[in-house]
Design a protein around this ligand. Structure first.
Ligand code: PGA
Length: 533
């Protein structure tokens, strides 16, 4: 299936009109299969203008319309006879005798359908069939059904279609419950087909169509067996799936978030830190691979560092005022939004995770450093580019040296690395402690070993944890007093030790400050990045 994605409805109308005009100009006696509905109206307008301007001549063109309501008279302003006359035939130089629309008032529907099929055959078959697509994937009035009909036939309309089309009628009760329609086989016999789709409400149908799977639940999917079909759609119909990228110093995580906010794909690649070009091409190649499988409308990237207008400066990546947004847009050809990784995680958490149903939230990540994201009114608060750098709140005058140049920054006391460092030195000093025993056995120290010692009742480990919790609580109280969020969400591997860390922390903080741990865990960053789009 060929695919033309246009910016908007006008683009779709123009692209479709160009194909029709080319067909007519190549073969002035061609047979067109025509469609009704709101989608082709713009195309008919453009074709009428082209006809007036002498750019296309319909004098010898023949046409067959896809369908007509039953029973409904040609004079009714909701009939497709009326529609075609109003929107197209009265505005072009087609010979009305060469236009064919099923008779919605025929006495014998079966006979009417048979004659219609026969007439198409006698005229030499349809050269170019124009189609719209229903929200439920119908083409013409071939509704989702276990048994799809091949030839022109009388059919019942589904509730979904009656509902969708009721916008054209005075009331839903006025919508006819049946219609005459070309069958799937009639449509597939056309030598060439174009199908148009506009608007987000066609997204699911377009996605199903592009998946290549064939199912009677999605009549349009039958078009996948035809060899000359062009889908023309706008960006909204094409997709609401977004790629979210969590760019880290050692790995780049990718996720695809569907329109119903589900993470439908996850993967990662190692970060090639040797140059900014290597990172950009690594991301672009992976995105292109994903785009073969998913219909993606945009890309969001969460990256460490300071971001101003899509330009990134990060100390642990080769980015120095790098215009990441522009570089990726050029490489991939999709709109890209860039924000700080901790901000993205916070956005993910407030929309899809622990902060659902609230609007003002703070997320604090406890990892190598202490990161943070502020959500105000369900949106990221970025300040001029680096708001939420909670790790660099000073909590100890003349305290530990931080690489940022300050002394006594929160992350020197409350990061996971700070906890592991403190555990290591306590183990080395207290040689008869459980902590020392585990440290000596495992020949390393990490969060798991440390919390194992706490759980086994090690008083040395417990003292380290108490001090850690006190420092973390000072940081959280400072943040709370400035921002007064509804919820503070903690993330990072060490928060997995829920009971050992969160419960005592809550006791130190008191009842006013609501704290919880991340629900999305390591997916928060990719989900939040996708939500930027
Ligand atoms: P629409 O209908 O163009 O009004 O969206 C298309 C269809 O139902 O086939």
């Amino acid at each position: 299936m060929k695919l033309i994605i246009c910016d908007d409805y006008n683009g779709v109308s123009k692209a479709a009109a160009d194909i029709v005009a080319k067909e007519v100009n190549t073969n002035p006696e061609c047979v067109l299969g025509l469609a009704t509905g709101s989608t082709p109206v713009g195309m008919y307008e453009i074709l009428a203008d082209m006809n007036k301007a002498g750019k296309v001549d319909f004098k010898k063109v023949k046409s067959f319309n896809l369908d007509e309501y039953y029973p409904l008279s040609a004079e009714n302003d909701q009939s497709y006879h009326y529609f075609m006359n109003e929107n197209f035939f009265s505005k072009i130089n087609i010979d009305k005798n060469n236009t064919h629309i099923l008779n919605g008032m025929c006495e014998n529907a079966e006979k009417e359908c048979e004659q219609f099929e026969q007439l198409i055959e006698e005229t030499g078959g349809i050269d170019l069939q124009i189609l719209g697509i229903g929200q439920n994937g119908h083409i013409g009035f071939n509704e989702p059904n276990d048994n799809l009909c091949s030839l022109t036939h009388l059919t019942d309309l589904t509730e979904n279609t009656i509902d969708a089309n009721s916008r054209f009628f005075k009331s839903i009760d006025d919508v006819p419950k049946q219609a005459l329609t070309m069958g799937i086989g009639t449509i597939l016999k056309a030598r060439k087909i174009i199908i148009m789709a506009c608007g987000a409400n066609k997204h699911d149908a377009v996605r199903a169509l592009l998946s290549g799977l064939i199912s009677t639940d999605m009549p349009a999917s039958m078009l996948n067996v035809h060899t000359d079909v062009t889908l023309i759609c706008d960006k909204e119909a094409y997709s609401n799936d977004c790629i979210g990228i969590d760019l880290g110093g050692t790995e780049i995580k990718f996720g695809v978030l569907s329109s119903d906010k589900k993470l439908v794909y996850k993967d990662s690649i190692p970060t090639d830190n040797s140059s900014e070009e290597k990172i950009v091409s690594g991301i672009a190649n992976k995105c292109k691979e994903i785009m073969k499988k998913y219909t993606v409308s945009g890309i969001g990237v969460g990256t460490p560092g300071i971001i101003r207008n899509g330009r990134v400066t990060a100390s642990n990546l080769p980015f120095k005022d790098t215009n990441l947004k522009e570089k990726l847009e050029t490489a991939v050809g999709l709109p890209v939004r860039v924000s700080n990784d901790a901000n993205c995680a916070a956005l993910g958490e407030v929309i899809c995770g622990a902060g659902q149903h609230i609007e003002n939230m703070v997320m604090i990540s406890l990892g190598t450093g202490v990161g943070g994201g502020i959500i105000a009114g369900n949106k990221i608060y970025e300040g001029t580019g680096c708001a939420g750098e909670f790790g660099h709140i000073v909590i100890e005058i003349g305290g530990r040296q931080c690489p940022c140049g300050q002394l006594g920054c929160l992350e020197q006391y409350a990061s996971a690395s700070a906890l592991v460092d403190a555990a290591k030195s306590a183990a080395e000093t207290n040689t008869d402690s459980i902590l020392n025993k585990l440290y000596t056995e495992k020949r390393t120290m990490d969060g798991r070993i440390f919390f194992d010692a706490v759980e086994r009742g090690c008083s040395v480990a417990k003292a380290v944890l108490d001090e850690y919790i006190n420092y973390l609580a000072i940081g959280i109280k400072n943040i709370y007093n400035i921002l007064d969020p509804e919820l503070i969400v903690l993330s990072g591997g060490i928060t997995n030790s829920d009971k050992l860390l969160l419960d005592p922390l809550k006791r130190v903080l008191g009842d006013n400050i609501k704290v919880t741990i991340s629900k999305l865990k390591s997916d928060a960053g990719t989900i939040g990045a996708a939500l930027l789009v």
